[in-house]
Design a protein around this ligand. Structure first.
Ligand code: FAD
Length: 280
């Protein structure tokens, strides 16, 4: 860790904007967040490679901040030759970290591709590029929605760590115990690498509820009821959301979480309120 790095080991995720206004805004967001000295930025990748060019452009733009920037890369629906080309391009451009995922099949895509699961993608990256890339993978404290149960999912998680991942970033969650329980299970299977909690700020209840249903993250009843009661009073939602997420982060850090990875949704203010609460 450099002496400059934020003491809590924070990192921030962006998605590739698809308008000029979105790209301009992201430059400001990037600069505001870079000022907090994160360990790294990451940039998501659309299902089936649908944002391949935009992810690369965004990585290029975000990394101009001087902060190490990791593209996400998913394997489902891709052939090895395509993945090999993309890895070579990233390498040429000086990228040395990747978030390696299986991803989800976009509707209408016919072929699964040559790699079926993230552990196979991690293996592929190691075979093709040795130790060049630092690799992060995804973890699901409340279980991946397609897994039959948490035990099976943790076994699959351990498989991708054993394939050569350096660290994991979790899906977001609102119950700290789910994270601690997951970490304990992973450690029991011999996983020693850092497992960094993914943190989603609360800013919009309707969107959060829809997204949480899809990715299997549970919003606790007391949080849901409170958010519902605010209707479209966005100031109250933001204030309550900041409080809930700050307490969650405090519990995670007190319990030994090795950093925090924030899903920014390309907005600086909601995550900065939490980050600044944590150090004040
Ligand atoms: P895997 O680890 O392959 O797991 C998928 C499912 O298969 C799980 O149910 C697992 O238990 C099971 N499984 C795994 N390995 C095996 C095996 N060898 N045999 C049998 N079953 C197995 N999506 C995007 O489209 N773009 C992004 O940029 C993106 N970024 C993300 C970042 C993070 C930190 C997280 C947590 C998720 C992200 N996602 C992203 C979502 C992710 O693509 C989906 O959750 C996807 O369904 C699973 O990807 P995975 O890499 O976790 O898959």
């Amino acid at each position: 860790m450099s002496s400059q790095e934020h003491p809590l080991g924070i990192s921030f995720e962006f998605f590739p904007p698809n308008t000029d206004a979105g790209r301009d805004k992201l430059i400001h967001v990037r600069d505001e967040l870079a000022a907090r000295n994160p360990r790294f930025f990451s940039v998501t990748y659309g299902a089936g490679g649908s944002t391949q060019a935009r992810t690369r452009d965004t990585v290029r733009s975000v990394s101009q901040s001087g902060i190490n920037t990791a593209p996400h890369l998913s394997c489902i629906g891709s052939e090895k030759a395509q993945l090999r080309d993309l890895l070579a391009q990233y390498r040429e451009e000086g990228v040395d970290s990747i978030v390696a995922l299986r991803g989800d099949m976009p509707s209408g895509m016919a072929s699964i591709g040559e790699l079926r699961y993230a552990n196979e993608l991690v293996e592929f990256i190691r075979t093709e590029t040795g130790d060049h890339f630092e690799i992060a993978v995804a973890a699901y404290p409340e279980s991946h929605p397609q897994a039959p149960n948490l035990d099976r999912d943790v076994e699959n998680f351990a498989r991708k760590m054993q394939a050569g991942a350096n660290m994991a970033i979790t899906q977001y969650f609102f119950t700290a115990d789910a994270y601690f329980h997951f970490v304990e299970k992973a450690r029991a299977l011999g996983v020693e690498q850092p497992i960094i909690p993914g943190i989603m700020p609360i800013t919009n209840y309707t969107k959060l509820a829809r997204f949480s249903d899809a990715c299997g993250a549970e919003i606790p009843r007391w949080v849901r009821k409170q958010l519902e009661s605010y209707g479209d009073d966005s100031d109250s939602i933001a204030a309550f959301g900041t409080d809930v997420i700050t307490r969650l982060c405090e519990r995670l850090l007190d319990g030994g979480a090795p950093g925090l990875h924030f899903y920014t949704l390309n907005q600086a203010a909601p995550v900065l309120k939490v980050v600044d609460n944590l150090v004040s």
